[in-house]
Design a protein around this ligand. Structure first.
Ligand code: MN
Length: 239
C-alpha cells in the first residue's frame, strides 16, 4: 500500500515530469514560432564540395547551413516587431542603420550584415575561378600595377583584420579600392552603393578553421583559386 510519503513523492515526480514536458513543448513552440521571413537563406549556387580542395565541403556546409542560416533567423527575429521594415531590402536597411529604431540597430548591423555579406560571398566563388579578363583585368592593372599587385594588397588587408571580419574590393569614383571591416560590417554601412561592392573575402575563423586552423594566410592563398571572376566582372560592368 502506498504511504502518504510515497504518494507525495509520486506527485512531485509527476509534476517534475510535466514541467519538463511543458518546457520541451515551449521550446518547440518557440522554434515553430520563429518568424519564417521576411528574409530567407539563399541556396548555395553549387554543391558543398564544389570548391574542394581549396574550401572543404564540411566547412561550406556549416558555414552556409548554420552560420548564414543563423544570421537570417536572427535578422528576422529582430524585425519581427517591425513588419514595415521587413518590406525593405537588406541593402536598404544596412545603408540607413542610423534611421532604424535604436533597439534593433545592433541586431540589423550584425545579423543583416551577416546575411548580406554571405549572400554575396557564395556567388563570388566557383570551381576553377581562373583570372579576371577584359575591362576588369585592365582596371586591376591600372589600380594595382598587376594582378599580383592586387593579390598582394587584398591578402595584406585580409591578413591584417584583427579577429573576425572581411576584406573588400570596391569601385569608388571609377577607381578600384581595397578595404577591410570588422565583424559583419561592410562598405554599404558607410554609404557605398551595394553594387559597387565587387568582391568580399570572409576571414572569420568559421570560414577556414576546420581545414586551415590558425593558418589564415594559407586559406587566403587557396581562396584566390575559387574567385568567380565572371560574377565580379558583371558587377564591375554594372557599377
Ligand atoms: Mn562567414
Amino acid at each position: 500500500m502506498m504511504t502518504r510519503r510515497d504518494a507525495l513523492k509520486t506527485t512531485a515526480l509527476a509534476t517534475a515530469a510535466c514541467a519538463t514536458a511543458s518546457s520541451v513543448s515551449t521550446l518547440f513552440a518557440q522554434t515553430a514560432a520563429a518568424p519564417a521571413g521576411p528574409f530567407s537563406l539563399p541556396a548555395l549556387p553549387y554543391a558543398t564540395d564544389a570548391l574542394e580542395p581549396h574550401i572543404d565541403a564540411r566547412t561550406m556546409e556549416i558555414h552556409h547551413d548554420k552560420h548564414h542560416a543563423a544570421y537570417v533567423t536572427n535578422l528576422n527575429k529582430a524585425l519581427a516587431a517591425h513588419p514595415d521594415l521587413g518590406q525593405r531590402s537588406v541593402e536598404e536597411l544596412l545603408g540607413h542603420l542610423g534611421t532604424l529604431p535604436q533597439e534593433i540597430q545592433t541586431a540589423v548591423r550584425n545579423q543583416g550584415g551577416g546575411h548580406f555579406n554571405h549572400s554575396l560571398f557564395w556567388q563570388m566563388m566557383k570551381k576553377s575561378g581562373g583570372q579576371p579578363s577584359g575591362d576588369l583585368a585592365k582596371a586591376i592593372d591600372t589600380g594595382f600595377g598587376s594582378f599580383t599587385g592586387f593579390q598582394t594588397k587584398l591578402t595584406e588587408a585580409a591578413t591584417k583584420v584583427f579577429g573576425s571580419g572581411w576584406a573588400w574590393l570596391l569601385l569608388q569614383e571609377g577607381k578600384l579600392v581595397i578595404e577591410s571591416s570588422p565583424n559583419q560590417d561592410n562598405p554599404v554601412m558607410k554609404g557605398v552603393a551595394p553594387g559597387a561592392v565587387l568582391l568580399g573575402l570572409d576571414v572569420w575563423e568559421h570560414a577556414y578553421y576546420l581545414k586551415y586552423q590558425n593558418r589564415r594566410p594559407d586559406y587566403i592563398a587557396a581562396w584566390f583559386n575559387v574567385i568567380n571572376w565572371d560574377f565580379v566582372s558583371e558587377r564591375f560592368a554594372k557599377a
